[in-house]
Design a protein around this ligand. Structure first.
Ligand code: SAH
Ligand code: SF4
Ligand code: F3S
Length: 484
């Protein structure tokens, strides 16, 4: 426990109870953690470092920035090599089985590093921790883990750190669900010029293969005023591009006290001075409104890119997946979008080998790919997730059949995307410069509005600025260009 004397210096009162309200409560625990960490730093005779490793989607990446924000705030210094760090956090994903396997593999390695470092604290959080079997396995086979928490109580990170530092026991705190959204905690952004912004949490769609609704809980939208306030602050801080994040952004606002559509929110975001580019992720085809298409067509800031996961081209499989659209509806939607925004780049997610998928069903997927001609597509082998309806469906497809289909699909997708990518060759486009090119000195890398990468001559000073670049040559999935 912290001695009264030190505590009084900060709060000028005797050891008081922590505030009940958030985020004040977490700021109280951050102050407390600072003192405890300072004591450890003195004992170790060196600065203490942290490393946050992120698995999974953009939502997890954003959560990790919040974890980094707290760790920096309480006195840890960032460090890239996790085996050398004093506080290691894995922010996990469980959307497919292989994501889980990677975590266990790396955790084993980390356990060895911990034996050599008495100051090392290992924390696990994120979607995998919402599965009771995972937590059981860690309790049994990975006793060296210090802290386990889930997706719903991530805002309590500072409080959990203090519990760990004070007790020396393994701390486990997992909630089943929450309706709470805590605002205004520290965030440490990975990029100075672009940022993700959560607009909603959870998912209510229950696609039959997907574990996300079980590990991220019910859908809840953030108050639009809090979103705009955050974006205004980001803009003041030099951010020019934002990515609005949610599992299904098209259903934003439905559960608010004063309901608001995603298209309306976009129009508000567009008004924020300093923000030059707006992206969003992910759009569910069933909820994509005409209003949204109109707003996109009119907008100067919304990027010419739409990620529109199709999952399968077979209406029969789509029904079993509980996606709530047919092949025809999806294709009609694509046509409508292309008509309104002709230069839009479309990308998608596809699952191969969903239970009961026949060769005919698969050919329907191939047909959609050939008709839509995606700029790129993420292709996934169906992964059985315990607890989802699809896991107990009959006719699971044999692995060799899936592999064959997957290879054929990938070949088609890559062939098409190299052709689609090339259509911008010989045009001049606005590019947001993101980094210096590690492989070629004197070159920088930036992104077009449609999300494609371009490498062109330039230096560090250009990072975070928007410049016009002539696209000389398409190299399959990226361009080589010249600044104009
Ligand atoms: N909310 C987003 C998707 C989030 S998960 C949406 O609905 O579009 C990202 C992708 O992982 C999904 O689009 C899907 O293609 C894939 N995926 C989800 N569950 C899967 C599973 N059990 N097996 C294989 N791929 C899966
Ligand atoms: Fe999963 Fe479907 Fe929700 Fe996307 S919309 S997260 S695929 S349940
Ligand atoms: Fe994975 Fe969780 Fe995202 S399961 S894909 S990290 S919401």
């Amino acid at each position: 426990m912290i001695e009264n004397e030190k505590w009084n210096k900060i709060f000028n009162t005797p050891l008081e109870e922590p505030p009940v309200n958030e985020p004040e409560r977490q700021y109280y625990f951050m102050e407390k953690a600072k003192i405890l960490i300072q004591e450890l730093v003195q004992k170790a005779g060196r600065p203490l470092t942290f490393c946050v490793t992120t698995f999974g989607c953009q939502m997890n990446a954003r959560d990790s920035e919040k974890l980094c924000g707290i760790l920096k705030n309480i006195g840890y210094i960032e460090q890239e090599d996790e085996e050398k760090a004093d506080f290691v956090i894995y922010n996990t994903c469980t959307v497919r089985e292989n994501a889980n396997q990677r975590v266990y593999g790396r955790l084993g390695q980390l356990g060895k590093a911990k034996k050599k470092n008495p100051y090392m604290i290992i924390g696990l959080c994120g979607c995998m921790m919402q599965e009771p079997e995972v937590v059981e396995k860690i309790k049994k086979s990975y006793r060296f883990v210090d802290l386990i928490f889930g997706t719903h109580n991530i805002y309590k990170f500072a409080e959990l750190i203090v519990s760990r530092l004070e007790s020396q026991r393994m701390i486990i705190d997992i909630w089943k669900d929450t309706d709470k959204i805590v605002e205004d905690l520290p965030v440490e952004r990975k990029y100075p010029f672009k940022s993700g912004v959560n607009i909603m949490f959870g998912c209510n769609n229950f696609c039959s293969y997907c574990i996300v609704p079980y590990v991220r809980g019910r859908e809840r939208s953030r108050d639009p005023r809090a979103i705009i306030r955050e974006i205004e602050k980001l803009a003041q801080d030099g951010v020019v591009e934002i990515m609005l994040l949610g599992q299904n952004v098209n259903s934003y606002g439905k559960t608010l006290d004063e309901p608001m559509s995603f298209a309306q929110l976009l129009q508000e975001v567009e008004k924020v001075d300093g923000i030059e580019r707006i992206r969003f992720m992910t759009s569910h085809p069933k909820d994509l409104s005409d209003e949204l298409i109109e707003v996109m067509a009119r907008s100067e800031k919304i990027c010419r890119h739409l990620h529109l996961p199709v999952q399968s081209g077979s209406s029969r499989i789509l029904k079993k997946m509980n996606r709530r659209y047919t092949k025809e509806q999806y294709l009609a939607l694509v046509e409508k979008i292309r008509k309104a925004v002709p230069d839009i780049s479309l990308t998608t997610d596809i699952i191969v080998g969903f239970p009961g998928e026949t060769e005919e069903d698969f050919l329907e997927t191939m047909d959609v790919v050939k008709r839509v001609r995606y700029d790129s597509a993420f292709t996934f082998i169906y992964s059985k997730r315990t607890g989802t309806p699809a896991a107990v469906m009959e006719d699971q497809v044999p692995p060799d059949v899936i592999k064959d289909r997957f290879d054929r699909l990938l070949k088609e997708v890559q062939h098409i995307s190299s052709e689609v990518c090339a259509i911008h060759q010989g045009t001049t486009q606005t590019v947001l410069v993101e980094s210096v090119n590690d492989h070629e000195p004197g070159m920088v890398t930036g992104r077009l509005s449609n999300n494609l990468l371009v490498h062109f001559p330039g230096d560090e000073k250009l990072i975070g600025t928007l410049v016009n670049v002539y696209l000389d040559e398409c190299k399959g999935f990226y361009y080589i260009g010249t600044r104009v």
